[in-house]
Design a protein. Structure first.
Length: 407
């Protein structure tokens, strides 16, 4: 289907749901994309200068590589939400919407007169999803937040020292992505509640809540008991090989014995000091000093062959491109399809990451150009050509191909 067309018969269990996405970067906006994968009509409501994610490189023919990964299956309308005329457009959109997602600091949407209390009066059935950094209330509610900040503050960075020996922040934005999954789960639960009651509601999550939810086992703090035993499993880490690296997850004693057989070190398997996981964790760094030289003697592929022959969980360290483009299981799972973008052309993207037996999701369209569907969406909510022309002329809205307003 050409990317500029609307998809009224979109595939998926949410094909009668309309989502308004006001989010930027990841949290909120990625949940809207996943709802689009499930068939929802996801409309990205952007300021005239666009989602700031559009400015994040690298670029493909002027289009942000980053933006493409977060915004497929959406249509874009660019509108000046700070103006009365722009807000009236948003209010019209809200009247026909089921879900709204946003991830601004507390107070931003209220300043724009687009907060939940305002919009619920226009549409009482609206599910309004808000993702903030530290919550909408409390002493840190206005504290600026990024994924890395919460990794550092919440203990995730410190916890990484258990496996790699030093405090480290992950490049995959786990706090952001978990927050968007929490938002999506909340939205779907709220839609289910609405089916029973016809009531919309405000649902909130935050990067703070996301970071702690990721560490649920670590966050158990007993008030009436002392900790016993050791944290973690061993060996559960990356090992350097002669040509790269391999991750070994010998988390159970049976896997440990299989590992000792695979590396031809029965002496380690017979050593009572390493016989159980708690003992291995207790002597972890000593054990690593013995294992590391062994793994350096062979290639990753050879170790994978030996370990899997002994039923030891493991995985070779690949680059993202090698795994995404060349792994046969990725291809089999249809997780690297090719789609057509109006500017970039053909490109691989991540496939739909869930399967429904009865109502399969699908990639309906690539990420939109800024304002690509402005005129189309305005017509759907009742604006005629003359009125649309006036809005364009007065820079209340922007349409793809039109020059951006002077900042």
């Amino acid at each position: 289907m050409p990317p500029e067309q609307h998809c009224p018969g979109a595939s998926g269990p949410l094909n009668d749901i309309r989502v308004l996405d006001f989010g930027t970067f990841i949290s909120g906006t990625f949940s809207a994309m996943l709802m689009g994968d499930m068939g929802a009509d996801a409309i990205k409501v952007e300021p005239l200068f666009g989602d700031p994610a559009r400015t994040v490189g690298p670029f493909l023919k002027g289009e942000s590589h980053y933006f493409q990964g977060m915004n497929r299956n959406k249509r874009s309308i660019a509108v000046d939400m700070s103006s009365d005329a722009g807000r009236e457009i948003v209010y019209e959109l809200v009247r026909g919407a089921d879900v709204l997602t946003e991830n601004f600091r507390p107070g931003v949407m209220k300043k724009l007169k687009l907060d939940y209390e305002t919009l619920r009066k226009i549409n009482p059935r609206l599910i309004y999803s808000s993702t903030t950094g530290f919550g909408s209330r409390g002493p840190l509610k206005d504290h600026p937040a990024y994924d890395g900040i919460l990794q550092a503050m919440s203990g995730i960075s410190a916890l990484n020292a258990v496996s790699c020996g030093r405090v480290a922040t992950g490049m995959i934005l786990c706090v952001d992505f978990n927050a968007t999954m929490l938002a999506l789960s909340s939205i779907l639960a709220a839609l289910y509640h609405r089916e029973k009651t016809n009531e919309g509601q405000l649902v909130e999550t935050s990067l703070l809540q996301s970071s702690l939810a990721l560490q649920a086992p670590e966050s158990v703090v007993a008030l009436d008991a002392e900790k016993e035993g050791t944290l973690g499993a061993c060996p559960y880490r990356l090992f350097e090989t002669s040509d790269g690296g391999i991750f070994v997850g010998a988390t159970q004693d049976k896997f440990w014995r299989g590992l000792c057989d695979a590396i031809e070190r029965p002496d380690l398997g017979d050593d009572a000091k390493y016989a159980t996981n708690p003992k291995r964790v207790q002597h972890m760094w000593e054990l690593f000093e013995k294992l590391e030289p062994v793994f350096r003697t062979k290639t990753s592929a050879e170790w994978e062959r030996r370990l899997l022959a002994n039923d030891v969980p493991c995985g070779i360290v690949y680059t993202y491109e090698d795994f995404f483009l060349r792994n046969p299981q990725v291809q089999f799972m249809e997780m690297n399809p090719i789609i057509e973008h109006p500017t970039i052309g053909r490109m691989h993207v991540v496939g739909v990451p869930f399967n429904f037996e009865k109502t399969p999701g699908a990639i309906q369209r690539p990420a939109p150009l800024l304002g690509q569907h402005t005129e189309e969406i305005l017509r759907e909510i009742g604006f005629n050509s003359a009125r649309i022309g006036e809005l364009l002329e007065h820079k209340v809205v922007k349409s793809a191909g039109k020059p951006p307003p002077v900042q």
